[in-house]
Write a protein that binds this ligand. Structure first.
Ligand SMILES: Cc1cc2nc3c(=O)[nH]c(=O)nc-3n(C[C@H](O)[C@H](O)[C@H](O)COP(=O)(O)OP(=O)(O)OC[C@H]3O[C@@H](n4cnc5c(N)ncnc54)[C@H](O)[C@@H]3O)c2cc1C
Ligand code: SF4
Ligand code: SF4
Ligand code: SF4
Length: 333
C-alpha cells in the first residue's frame, strides 16, 4: 500500500476524515483532490506527507505544547493559556455583521492594517452557505467572511493558496481540527514559517453539507434564504427574513460529521488565540489568549483601538462544554 492508501484505510473510509484540506494542500505533487468532502488521489510518489500531516491520523499534544507555548498545560480541560477575557470589535461595521462580538475580524483587521501580516486565510461562503477558503488582504475582504458556517471548510487549501500567491506573513482562522493540521504541517518541510499566527474557534461539531441542507428543508427553509446561523442552548438557530427558526441539536445528530464524534478539542487548544461565544454576554466574544505571540497581538489591537476587552462572566460554562466534549470521546472509543 502507498501512504495515501494507508490514509484511506485508516482515516477516510472509516469516515474519520474531518475535511481539513491538509493532505491536498501539502501533497507537493498535487495528486490529491476532493470529491464529496473526501480526499481522492490520482497517483502517488510515496513521499508520506499526506499521512504525516493528517491531524486525525497523528497529533502529539506534549510536543506541540512545548513547541508553541514553551511549556505544558496546567489546565487539562481548557489547555495552555495566559488569560481568558471577553472582547469585541470597536467598529460598528464589523460588529453588525459578525457572529458574536466580532473580535476575530477586529484582530485580523488590526493585523492587516498595521503590517503584522500581509494576508489572512478565512472561511468565506457561496450563496448556498458552502464555506470556501479565501485569502483576505483588507478589511473589505474580511467583512465577507464574518459569521459561523456550520459545515466544513478545507481551510488548509487556503493556506496553500496564500503561499502560492507569494504571501510572506499569513494569519489563519480555523476550527480545532484545522489548528491541529497546521501545527502538524508546520513540523514538515513546507514554507510554513510564513503562517505567523493561528486563530482558533471553539467547535462542538460540523455537519455534512447534504444532510444539513436536507434538515433545513424539513423545516421549510431553503439554505440560500438564510441570513445567519447560530448554535445556542442545544438548538441550531436559523435567521430567515426576520424570522428565527430552530432545530434541536438532537434532531441533527445524524447530520453530524462522523469525524466530530472522535474529536475531543472544543477550545482550539493549540491556537495562539481561541474564540467562542460561550462564557461571555451577548454581543461579546470569549477569547482565550494562549501564546506569547497571541498576547502581543491582543495588546496591539487594544492599544490601536480595534478591540475592547473586559473580564469574562462565566469561565465555568466553557469548562463544562470542553469537559463534555472530552467525555463524549471517552464514551465512543
Ligand atoms: C462550526 C463552528 C462551530 C462553533 N461552535 C461553537 C460552540 O459550540 N460554542 C461556542 O462558544 N462557539 C462556537 N463557535 C465559535 C463562534 O460561533 C464564533 O465563531 C466565535 O465566537 C467568534 O465570533 P466573532 O464574532 O469574534 O467572529 P467573526 O468576527 O464573525 O469571525 C468569524 C470567523 O470565523 C471563520 N469561520 C466561520 N465559519 C468557519 C468554518 N466553518 N471553518 C473555519 N472558519 C470559519 C470566518 O472565517 C471568520 O474569520 C463555532 C464556530 C464554528 C465555525
Ligand atoms: S505523493 Fe505523497 S502526499 Fe501525495 S498522495 Fe502520495 S504519499 Fe500522499
Ligand atoms: S482529515 Fe484532513 S489531512 Fe486527514 S484525510 Fe481528511 S482532509 Fe486529509
Ligand atoms: S468537532 Fe472537531 S473534527 Fe469536527 S469540525 Fe469541530 S474541530 Fe473539526
Amino acid at each position: 500500500m502507498n501512504p495515501f492508501e494507508e490514509l484511506e484505510v485508516d482515516i477516510i473510509l472509516s469516515g474519520k476524515c474531518c475535511y481539513c484540506g491538509a493532505c491536498g494542500a501539502f501533497c507537493k505533487y498535487g495528486y490529491i483532490r476532493y470529491e464529496d468532502e473526501k480526499p481522492v488521489a490520482g497517483s502517488c510518489e510515496h513521499c508520506g506527507t499526506c499521512y504525516d500531516v493528517c491531524p486525525v491520523n497523528y497529533f502529539s499534544v506534549p510536543k506541540t505544547e512545548i513547541e508553541i507555548f514553551g511549556e505544558r498545560r496546567r489546565d487539562e480541560i481548557v489547555g495552555y493559556y495566559r488569560e481568558i477575557l471577553s472582547a469585541r470589535a470597536t467598529d460598528d461595521a464589523i460588529r453588525s455583521v459578525s457572529q458574536d462580538g466580532g473580535a476575530v475580524t477586529a484582530i485580523l483587521t488590526y493585523m492587516l492594517e498595521n503590517g503584522v501580516v500581509d494576508s489572512a486565510v478565512v472561511a468565506g461562503r457561496d450563496e448556498f452557505w458552502n464555506p470556501v477558503p479565501i485569502v483576505a488582504t483588507n478589511k473589505e475582504d474580511l467583512l465577507t467572511s464574518t459569521g459561523s458556517k456550520y459545515t466544513q471548510c478545507p481551510i488548509l487549501l487556503g493556506v496553500k493558496k496564500a503561499i502560492d500567491m507569494g504571501r510572506e506573513s499569513i494569519a489563519m482562522v480555523g476550527l480545532p481540527c484545522h489548528v491541529k493540521a497546521i501545527r502538524n504541517a508546520q513540523k514538515n518541510e513546507f514554507e510554513l514559517g510564513k503562517v505567523k499566527i493561528v486563530l482558533g474557534l471553539f467547535c462542538m461539531e460540523t455537519f455534512s453539507r447534504d444532510s444539513f441542507k436536507r434538515k433545513l428543508e424539513e423545516i421549510g427553509v431553503k439554505i440560500e434564504d438564510v441570513e445567519k446561523f447560530d448554535i445556542k442552548k442545544g438548538k441550531l438557530m436559523v435567521w430567515v427574513k426576520e424570522e428565527v427558526k430552530t432545530i434541536p441539536l438532537k434532531e441533527l445528530r445524524d447530520a453530524e460529521r462522523i469525524a466530530c464524534k472522535f474529536c475531543d478539542d472544543f477550545t482550539a487548544e493549540f491556537a495562539d488565540i481561541s474564540f467562542g461565544s460561550v462564557g461571555s454576554e451577548d454581543g461579546w466574544t470569549t477569547m482565550i489568549v494562549r501564546s506569547e505571540k497571541g498576547e502581543e497581538i491582543v495588546r496591539g489591537a487594544v492599544e490601536q483601538g480595534y478591540l475592547e476587552v473586559q473580564s469574562i462572566s462565566n469561565v465555568e460554562a466553557i469548562r463544562k462544554l470542553a469537559s463534555r466534549k472530552k467525555g463524549k470521546i471517552v464514551k465512543i472509543v
